[in-house]
Design a protein around this ligand. Sequence first.
Ligand code: NAD
Ligand code: MG
Length: 399
Amino acid sequence: MSERIGVAILGSTGSIGVSTLDVLRRHPDRFRVAALTAHRDVEALFQQCLMHEPDVAVLADTAAAERLRERLRVAGQSVEVLAGVSGLERAATLPEVAYVMAAIVGAAGLPPTLAAARAGKRVLLANKEALVMAGPLFMAAIRQHGAELLPIDSEHNALFQCLPADFASIGLAAAGVRRLLLTGSGGPFRTAPLAQLADATPEQACAHPNWNMGRKISVDSATMMNKGLEVIEAHWLFEAPTAAIEVVVHPQSVIHSMVEYQDGSVLAQLGNPDMRTPIAHALAWPRRLASGVTFLDFARLGKLEFQAPDFARFPCLRLAFAALEAGGTAPAVLNAANEVAVQAFLDRRIRFTDIAAVVEHALERVPTSAAEELAAILAGDSQARTVVARWIAARTLEV
Ligand code: NAD
Ligand code: MG
């Protein structure tokens, strides 16, 4: 059994983390869970430790880690419990770990994901915010340390599947690629009357028509900031010029994205909207693995629809394109402002429509600089958080 592949899951208690464990559980002969990490949910990580018996478990919150250590001791489990960012980085770089699922939500995922790249691991990247913040730095780390980068975001995983195997070494132009077509469902408010958006509740925003996801990415899908972050993600992952990335609204979420070639061919990847497909793809690449996902039934599907994105309804999409165009630390500012705004919306401190307003405010206020150093990126991130917190605090609100 020693040749089983050791897997670390950063963010194992979340939506992607749980889906990853579900796929791994189907293939105990191929993989073993070496490390599990979460923010502060002691109970969920405790249960996962009992079930998967990792070598290491990490909670970012130190007090929560202490409680987990005690519970595991009482239960007679010999899991090593670590805490904090250093613990997350340790989980991502353990010698017995070959594959790292990067599934922490938000900027908090950047340090351990970068550590995994620097340790030369196969990085299964769900945490798009890490790439949005630190694209050039992260891609350079992957190259310099011989790491493998496999996209988990369903759109990017689809594009990866539709590109030739040597696209990274020859470049998209030489591969004959004309455009990357990123599909997006348009979320729960695609057809809602515009006047109602200001009063949209967190429950409505989190009720995605096709995907079952964590709350932050669900709100991002409702504003279409998620698609904006994915445009930036695609730009770095595939070295695609901004003008070669197009967003196509596709309400059924069956086509996960497409590559358009110079000869007029368009290759698409299709499947039921279930993240276990891209997860199994990245775990098995370049082979295939059963994922537990139900197969498409085309006769039942009936039809697939497409529309152009509505930038007036979804100003966050426009702001993401603008941040990418501005370059440097602007995407890190966009990302941090959005993270704080989404949390404030989920806490009912601002309106749904304030999210775009406050992100735009941060992009106007925070000076940007080159993004080659982590320090500059983190400074942009933290200035954006301060500017947004001030904006929110200055408003009296009755949502
Ligand atoms: P989630 O909220 O369900 O889970 C997040 C995980 O990260 C949890 O395990 C949580 O404990 C951990 N975490 C949160 N804050 C942390 C912190 N400060 N330090 C350490 N750990 C922390 O989120 P999710 O839906 O699973 O999404 C995870 C990532 O994957 C996001 O970046 C998201 O954009 C991306 N993604 C998710 C989906 C999906 O279907 N859920 C699809 C594509 C991409
Ligand atoms: Mg996606």
